[in-house]
Design a protein. Structure first.
Lengths: 281, 267, 324
């Protein structure tokens, strides 16, 4: 992306806040083992320290197994954001590849990809993923990434296909072709850089879509399996104690909402910055 | 001499600067008067602030533009008046016809309803009577088969017909001043002439004042008693039109007149 | 118009065919079958196992089973649910109306609230009302439906006891109560699940509707409407809204699949006995006919709703845009 759009993005207060929150979440995930006050799986005293309300010793309280919720949320960021980032990268890469393929090759390939997108986009993604996971039993985080990422390429493919088709007809591409540049060279050196900003938007949107998906799966017991913490399964531990232990619900909900909200704001501001660059002087 | 209908004193309009930059002036202190029943042309190149001037009189400037100075209309100090007071004047005493007759009409509303709405906005409670008034007015501005046409949507009418609809709307409540902002520049030449003729016929019939804003010297020369030339946010000429045509003082005005002189002479 | 309608119908059929086939194929690869828990114990003689499976056609090759199943589906037969000991059609017949009620109420409430919020934001553009609702709707978009549901359940349900946290009714033998009482009881139980879902809808609708309205507010005919001396509310509601609502309806259609997904989770959280809860139970019990029917119906619901919203959006797009 060009320097102008970056500057405009960094000038925007909302975008700065979003980048700050996402950055903090990534740092928390990266350094969880060092900043977390306790071992997230340690059950020091399941009787005396069970469901302790937030205090100086346990800022986010403890769960029914006496584990420290702050430590679990921090380590959960590692797992949840790890799965989300992996799934996001997979879905954006897959989408970009399929969209590019459809646009460049055209013909029946385009027909198949576009048709597939049209059909799949009408289906509830969460439902399909739940059905798949439930059918195969519980899955390792890698399979979760594959499944969540593999089901999310539709919008990216749509965007990339439209952008590619647009750019393929522009003069600079025609000129490059006339000069004898190969198809793949044109894609790699001209088209991909041209759609990079849109891909950034798609990536931010994909991130905003996969974080809740992982949380939902783990929350219904089909995603990340205990004792490994994730934002979703901390919530699952809390559902039986809604009347007594609000902290089991509030902190993971806040973690999910803040990261998702930041990703959405970032996508929104990115789009504005790109539009500003295209329409600007 | 009677008090003027409209008196504009040192009107300044500034465009908000981007990110703390100094505001850009659009009008830099414009003063002129319009007498009741008078026809005044405001001539200026595009970008001279003509449209902003027209919009500021109605209080319809976009939020990024701010107006300062004094605008007296029928004893009301417009720039200081409350929003409600200005709204009550808009359409009833002070009307406007816009440039682009297609985009100036709501594409999803029948044109008759759009005209009738003018009456409803100013206290008409009986929808059927408002509609009847609208159809009558559409007929008077020369829309053939007004009864039928009133039920049409804007895209089903021609450019000239749409301009007549806008005119009917503006004239419906017998305003004291009609502002016409480039009323003919989006139309074919033949239709232009018809619309201008109509404008003047209606003006004479009602004794209404007309402020005709245009970049087209031909339009102003053929129809205005007095011409004001705007250049670079200032009034550079304010004289009777015949005097202006024969001896324009300001260099910019001279250039304008010279450019179209053959056309004006033959007209 | 007819051609478009036919195209949409074909598309809907294609979607359902693809979903049905893929779910069936996937279940073939899945471990276990509906009889695994009941019949695969060491104490069950092999002949009983074989007989049990044969009774429901599970001994046939997959190809033939697929042919039988689709054949039955085309005739409108959904099969027999082994876990509920009832015909799938009956199970679905009970559950589907409840899901439709939940999603329908959420959709209508959410859409109305979202449009209302956007109107207020447009009226007070860049003032505190606009900012306040901007923050609130961002929160509503950022927070997945099931998290809203959990928060609502924690406070409005469990702590303050304003609403029931589970189920669809608490009158016991419902038939013994007057209709009015039954409706109130149903709505009372519907409040939290539908409210949580409606909040998500409202936030999305409000954000898109606001953007669409502000775009239309720059049009020339808005200036004309103001020049008539119309009040600002009249300008927005009569002139801007009809021109700005079409794309939002279309967008709602696109967002419907995710709404259906959210509804599944919400049903599970609140124990609302609709299609979502049925699906979860069926998945746990490996009740294939029921799983297939549930997934298929949820997809069908999403497709139908989307087709309807597209048609509505088509109907309300600006007439100008329909000119050749």
């Amino acid at each position: 992306m060009a320097a102008n759009a970056w500057r405009q993005l960094l000038d925007d207060r909302g975008a700065r806040a979003a980048i700050g929150v996402l950055g903090a979440a990534v740092l928390a995930a990266a350094f969880a083992p060092w900043i977390a006050p306790y071992d997230p799986t340690l059950q020091p005293d399941p009787v005396a320290l069970r469901l302790v309300a937030p205090s100086w010793q346990h800022p986010f309280g403890t769960d029914p197994f006496s584990r420290d919720v702050l430590s679990r949320v921090l380590h959960g960021a590692r797992v949840s954001l790890g799965v989300a980032t992996g799934a996001m990268l997979l879905s954006v890469t897959l989408g970009a590849a399929l969209g590019a393929l459809a646009a460049v090759v055209g013909g029946w390939v385009d027909g198949v990809v576009s048709g597939l997108v049209d059909v799949l986009i009408a289906m509830p993604r969460l439902l399909i993923v739940i059905a798949l996971v439930a059918t195969f039993g519980t899955l390792s985080p890698w399979w979760l990434i594959a499944l969540i990422g593999g089901s999310g390429w539709l919008t990216t493919a749509r965007i990339v296909r439209a952008e590619f088709r647009d750019h393929l007809q522009r003069e600079y591409v025609l000129a490059a072709r006339a000069l004898g540049a190969s198809r793949w060279r044109i894609i790699w050196h001209h088209l991909l850089p041209a759609v990079a900003p849109q891909l950034a938007v798609a990536a931010a949107l994909a991130l905003a879509a996969v974080i809740p998906l992982e949380a939902a799966l783990s929350f219904v017991g089909l995603g990340i399996q205990p004792p490994l913490p994730s934002w979703g399964n901390i919530l699952l531990d809390g559902t039986d104690y809604l009347t007594s232990a609000w902290w089991l619900v509030v902190f993971p909900v806040a973690a999910v909402s803040l990261t998702v909200g930041s990703a959405l704001v970032l996508a929104d501001r990115l789009r504005v910055a790109i539009a500003g660059e295209e329409h600007g002087p | 001499m009677n008090p003027p209908l409209l008196s504009v004193e040192r009107l300044q309009i500034d465009a908000e600067g981007a990110r703390g930059a100094a505001p850009t002036p659009i009008l830099r202190g414009v003063s002129f008067v319009v007498q009741p029943g008078e026809t005044v042309g405001v001539l200026g190149a595009s970008g001279s602030g003509k449209t902003s001037l027209a919009l500021s009189l109605l209080g319809l400037l976009p939020p990024a533009l701010t107006a300062r100075g004094r605008v007296l209309f029928e004893g009301h100090e417009l720039l200081a008046a409350s929003r409600g007071a200005r709204r009550a004047l808009r359409g009833r005493r002070l009307s406007i016809v816009f440039q682009e007759p297609l985009t100036a009409l709501n594409p999803r509303m029948r044109v008759g309803v759009q005209v009738a709405e003018m009456a409803c906005a100013h206290g008409e409670r009986d929808a059927r009577r408002a509609m009847q008034g609208a159809v009558d007015m559409l007929g008077r501005v020369g829309l053939a088969e007004a009864e039928v046409r009133a039920q049409r949507y804007p895209h089903e009418l021609s450019g000239g017909e749409r301009q007549r609809v806008l005119l009917a709307m503006a004239l419906l409540l017998d305003p004291a001043l009609l502002i016409a902002d480039e009323p003919t520049s989006a139309l074919d030449v033949t239709v232009q002439a018809q619309v201008l003729q109509l404008l003047h016929a209606q003006q004479r019939e009602r004794g209404m004042a007309l402020l005709l804003v245009s970049h087209d010297l031909g339009v102003i020369a053929t129809s205005c008693e007095r011409t004001i030339v705007l250049h670079d946010g200032l009034v550079v000429e304010d004289v009777p039109t015949h005097q202006f045509l024969s001896a324009p003082e300001h260099a910019q005005a001279r250039a304008l007149v010279d450019a179209v002189r053959p056309a004006v002479r033959s007209a | 118009m007819t051609r478009q309608l036919v195209a949409r119908l074909l598309h809907a059929i294609a979607v359902c065919a693809v979903v049905a086939t893929s779910v069936f194929v996937l279940l073939q690869f899945a471990p276990g079958d509906p009889f695994a828990t009941a019949l695969d114990g060491a104490d069950v003689p092999p002949s009983v196992r074989a007989e049990g499976r044969a009774r429901y056609g599970f001994d046939l090759p997959p190809g033939e089973r697929f042919a039988r199943w689709t054949g039955a589906l085309v005739r409108g037969e959904l099969g027999y649910s082994a876990s509920r000991h009832r015909a799938v059609a009956d199970v679905v017949g009970d559950a589907l109306p409840r899901t439709l009620l939940l999603v329908g109420v959420a959709l209508v409430l959410g859409f109305a609230a979202g449009v209302g919020i956007a109107l207020v934001q447009t009226r007070h553009h860049r003032r505190w009302q606009d900012r306040l609702f901007g923050v609130l709707t961002l929160g509503g978009v950022a927070m997945p439906e099931f998290l809203v549901a959990l928060l609502a359940m924690t406070w409005l349900g469990a702590r303050w006891r304003l609403f029931p946290v589970a189920g669809i009714g608490s009158l016991g033998d419902a038939a013994a109560w007057p209709v009015w009482e039954r409706i109130v009881d149903l709505l009372w139980h519907l409040a939290l699940p539908a409210g949580a879902l409606a909040l998500a809808v409202a936030s999305r609708v409000a954000r898109h509707q606001r953007a669409a309205l502000l775009g239309v507010m720059r049009e020339d005919y808005i200036r004309t409407a103001r020049a008539k001396g119309l009040g600002e509310w009249n300008v927005i509601v009569r002139h801007a809204l009809p021109n700005a609502i079409g794309p939002v309806i279309a967008l709602l259609g696109l967002a419907l699949p995710s709404l259906v997904g959210g509804a599944v989770l919400i049903e599970r959280i609140f124990g609302w006995p609709g299609m979502g809860l049925t699906l979860f139970d069926a998945l746990l019990a490996r009740d294939y006919p029921l799983i297939l029917a549930a997934v298929l119906l949820a997809t069908l619901l999403a497709v139908v709703a989307r087709t309807v919203t597209e048609a509505v959006a088509e109907f309300v797009v600006p007439r100008r845009a329909r000119e050749p």
